[in-house]
Design a binder for this molecule. Sequence first.
Ligand SMILES: Nc1ncnc2c1ncn2[C@@H]1O[C@H](COP(=O)(O)OP(=O)(O)O)[C@@H](O)[C@H]1O
Ligand SMILES: [Mg+2]
Length: 260
Amino acid sequence: MNTKISSPATLLTVKNLSLQFGGVQAIADLSLNTYAGEVLAIIGPNGAGKTSVLNAVTRVFDPSGGQIYFKDQDLTRLQRHQIAKLGIARTFQNIELFEAATVLDNLLLGRNRFFQGHWWQQVLHTPALARLEEEARAEVETVIDFLDLTAWRNAPISGLPYGVRKVVELGRAICTKPELLFLDEPASGLNPEETRDLAFWIDDIRNELGITVVMVEHDMSLVSAVADRVICMAQGRILAEGTPAEVQSNPLVVSAYLGA
Ligand SMILES: Nc1ncnc2c1ncn2[C@@H]1O[C@H](COP(=O)(O)OP(=O)(O)O)[C@@H](O)[C@H]1O
Ligand SMILES: [Mg+2]
């Protein structure tokens, strides 16, 4: 019998990744792993290449070199719209929601990846489709509850305060039922109270929903509160890796921020 304590499974493998924009090397030969069940934070000064890593993994941009695997799937062979079906979701540094639609409808859109039936099912409104729709609504209501969005449920996005929009975007990503969730600066623009709420939610997203989280974040109080592991990037490369405390006190990290 195998009595070895099993190490956590690797969900995401990034190997020797490069991404170039004209003369700018946004990502330079970067390798990192993400393990199932962890909260990994990516920090680093502006322009370090953090968003570019998320963009390369979620297929917004084609890398100029390197490998990206989600479990056994070679992501570089897939298109952007195929990523969500695999169980990868993300939020954006600049919120991307349907402004004219309500909170509820934006969250229902997050569920779209589960509607894979034929067009005639939609036309005839088959019982199977009706069941899927009912399921989607029930699950979206759970997310509305989970993120305290009940008061905003039927409000159009365009009239919402910034902090609430960020929560809706998080909710939409959760509604896709991802295994791996990328957050790009989830705390930027939030007040201290909203940031504290966010810390609790990220904890719950990992612990209760079982979702692995990779977040790009500047707010070190949030990073220290929720991250198991931190990677600091600068100029497209990894500068340091460790616990939040280790990375924060690393002299290379300190000087990268001072230099920026
Ligand atoms: N779409 C793009 N076109 C041209 N240059 C880009 C693009 N996206 C990012 N860059 C450049 O790549 C570098 C890394 O950017 P980014 O990944 O956004 O950094 P971070 O998220 O760490 O602030 C920067 O020099 C930025 O100007
Ligand atoms: Mg960024």
